[in-house]
Design a protein around this ligand. Structure first.
Ligand SMILES: Cc1cc2nc3c(=O)[nH]c(=O)nc-3n(C[C@H](O)[C@H](O)[C@H](O)COP(=O)(O)OP(=O)(O)OC[C@H]3O[C@@H](n4cnc5c(N)ncnc54)[C@H](O)[C@@H]3O)c2cc1C
Length: 479
């Protein structure tokens, strides 16, 4: 490869400031993994890491990489769980985390412009004094970057009512694989509604760094809801939980969040330390439902939630004040934590953690997923976004045992294949990355060919995040 010069640091230092270039093996090893189990077992060292601070830095680097056909792997906070930031075929990791300026906040227009390394938490801190916030709320929000969120089109528990990041992106500044800079969403300025031209925002949202480097993001932001309320409900069976969630919506409630935990036996003991009445031996599902809005609407929705909880749940507890709501989310987390701790010596790992199925199939598929893990001799904790049919599975494996490592990968594969067979999606928010690329042909058939054609048009030198989503070799296999 003509980019693997002996003195890569010196070569890169002619493009960027030398203190933005890292080639020390100790430093590089920190960039050899993300939060996927795959990368914990198979770390991939890049040859260099660069830390750009301006559009010009990125443009110059991409032009150089195009000439040398050197892979460039964009990286935010590396909280991704799909191997998206791994240097699968070597190359240079583009660490965007320290390019983190919020360049403008326009409260009167409810919009902001920021650079890719701004974290979700930092953006919301800056918006707080204006009574504004960015609604899609990934659970990794303290660490993850807005660039990474855009590249993965991230969402969170409250996306049920408030939508994913794509609902808030007004425009993007992107450096393509040729070094050309593209501004989407109109170059004259940004507005809150715009259907002019093809929607190029959506092309890059969820593109995971394979089509371009996102260097700037214009976002719409929202007024913070004035009131919230939440109810935790414990159900004997998943089917009862399903009826209750349908009933909540039938009675006119529009939940902001409806999260679940598939409980390990006795898991509601974790709730009993808060409120004894929440201990329901043998309960299968715990759900937390949150509503938000103004005081009047929340009071009405809270009453409806409590009615449904009383009629359908074996036990429930609600609150409409901040401390109480926080406690209910803690109860939800503790039930999940208890369910994840039942296998002594096992570690919780991310391997098949993001599938989505039709709502009507949720109870059946949850049980089948539990069974797959059991048959492979490992544990599992399932939780996620109930009202979307979106399941996060944490596999519980003894990772120092090679047999269990194999069993974990087998379990992950069987879960993905089950979900595809049932007409579901292999990922609903965490992305395809490297680990789910093998399922793309089955999931998209000729759609994958079109993804490859789009990639080739925007990244003609094949330098942007190779091996992710639609590896070019996948197309050859399908021909
Ligand atoms: C505990 C935990 C909880 C999580 N909860 C959620 C959740 O609730 N919802 C959710 O959606 N996700 C969740 N995730 C997954 C992940 O945190 C999100 O997808 C997050 O938005 C990724 O941001 P990041 O900055 O860490 O991106 P990274 O992991 O660094 O990158 C993710 C992908 O985007 C690409 N990329 C990064 N920055 C850019 C850029 N500027 N331009 C082009 N490509 C880029 C990378 O190459 C990679 O393919 C969770 C992860 C963990 C570990």
């Amino acid at each position: 490869m003509n980019w693997e010069s002996k003195d890569l640091k010196r070569e890169l230092s002619s493009i960027l400031n030398p203190n933005q270039v890292f080639t020390d093996p100790m430093e590089l090893s920190c960039y050899s993994y993300d939060t996927s189990f795959y990368s914990a077992i198979n770390p991939h060292m890049p040859q260099a890491v660069v830390s750009p601070k301006s559009l010009q830095d990125v443009v110059e680097l991409i032009k150089w990489a195009g000439q040398k056909q050197c892979p460039i792997i964009p990286r935010g906070a590396a909280t991704g769980q799909a191997g998206g930031t791994l240097a699968i075929s070597g190359g240079i990791v583009l660490d965007l985390s320290s390019w983190n300026e919020i360049e403008s906040i326009e409260p009167q227009n409810k919009m902001v412009f920021c650079r890719p390394g701004v974290t979700y938490a930092k953006l919301n801190q800056a918006l707080e004094p204006h009574g504004l916030y960015l609604p899609p709320d990934p659970s990794s929000g303290d660490a993850c970057t807005i660039g990474g969120m855009a590249a993965n089109n991230s969402s969170g528990p409250r996306s049920l009512k408030h939508g994913a990041l794509s609902n808030y992106v007004l425009g993007l500044e992107v450096v393509l694989g040729t070094g050309e800079v593209l501004v989407t969403g109109g170059v004259k300025g940004k507005v809150l509604k715009n259907v002019s031209g093809l929607n190029l925002n959506s092309l890059f949202l969820g593109s995971e760094g394979i089509l371009g480097i996102i260097t700037g993001i214009w976002l719409a932001v929202a007024k913070k809801p004035r009131a919230r309320a939440a109810v935790v409900m414990i159900f004997d069976k998943a089917e009862t939980a399903q009826k209750a969630s349908q009933e909540i919506e039938s009675r006119g409630v529009v939940p902001a969040a409806m999260e679940f935990v598939y409980c390990a036996p006795e898991a509601t003991r974790a709730a009993a330390s808060f409120y004894e009445e929440l201990y329901v031996p043998g309960a299968e599902i715990e759900i937390i439902c949150e509503v938000d809005g103004n005081e009047e609407s929340v009071t009405w929705e809270y009453t409806k939630l409590q009615e449904v909880a009383k009629e359908y749940a074996q036990a429930s507890r609600g609150s409409n004040e901040p401390h109480g709501i926080h406690e209910l989310w803690e109860i939800n987390d503790n039930i999940e934590g208890f369910s994840a701790s039942i296998r002594e010596g096992a570690k919780r790992i991310a391997a098949s953690e993001d599938v989505c199925v039709k709502l009507e199939k949720l109870p059946k598929i949850l049980r089948e997923i539990q069974l797959i893990a059991k048959q492979n001799g490992i544990g599992i904790v399932n939780f996620g976004h109930w009202a979307k049919g979106h399941i996060h599975s944490g596999l519980l494996a003894k990772v120092e045992d090679p047999g269990e490592v194999d069993a974990a990968f087998r379990t992950a594969d069987e879960i993905h294949r089950l979900v595809l067979q049932e007409g579901g999606a292999t990922t609903a928010e965490h992305g395809v990355g490297f680990v789910r690329a093998p399922y793309m042909l089955e999931e998209h058939e000729n759609g994958l060919d079109w993804m490859v054609k789009i990639k080739e048009a925007l990244d003609p030198f094949h330098i942007l995040n190779p091996g992710k989503i639609c590896p070019l070799e996948t197309r050859k296999e399908s021909d």
